[in-house]
Ligand binder design. Structure first.
Ligand code: SME
Length: 157
């Protein structure tokens, strides 16, 4: 497909429903994991204009920064630390309405106010997480959880 994204206005549901086929087309036939994570981060950032969108990969019992869109970020996160480390440890998506109220939140940027972290699980093991940060409080909800969980299943980890 042409490497440009059709950006739409609409409800969150409508936006995800427009975005998901485009992400499928971007990933179609491309086996390279870094390329695919990079394009998924870019597509989400371009459509939603979130503050930070990116992946951390589990490497030698730490999360290590992967492809992302947004300001520079911490490179390594230990299991259980911060929202990313907690989502990894619990193997569950975490939605944080106000990061200042999350014990142990790692503030890569003071501008980040709310966050969603989706663990990427293959063969019952968390292999990576998708982390999204917003400058707005309570940005993320069950709709984001549903569709972001669907989107990460499209990537062949
Ligand atoms: N805030 C995250 C760390 C990663 S950055 O925000 C990009 C956390 O608490 O896990």
């Amino acid at each position: 497909m042409a490497e440009d994204l059709t950006i739409i206005q609409g409800t969150k549901e409508e936006i995800y429903q427009s975005l998901i086929p485009q992400i499928k087309a971007l990933l179609n036939g491309e086996p390279d994991l870094v390329a695919n994570m990079a394009n998924v981060a870019a597509a989400l950032k371009e459509q939603f204009k979130w503050f930070w969108v990116g992946f951390y990969l589990v490497k030698e019992d730490e999360l290590v920064l992967g492809p992302f869109q947004g300001p520079v970020a911490c490179t390594r996160i230990k299991k259980g630390r911060g929202v990313c480390g907690a989502a990894w440890q619990n193997a569950q998506t975490l939605i944080v309405d106000d990061v200042e109220k999350f014990p142990g939140h790692i503030a890569c940027s003071s501008l980040s106010r709310s966050e969603i972290v989706v663990p990427i699980i293959r063969n019952n093991v968390v292999v990576a997480v998708l982390d999204v940060d917003s400058e707005t409080l309570s940005q993320f909800d069950e709709t984001d959880k549903k569709y972001l969980e669907e989107i990460i299943l499209l990537i062949n980890f």
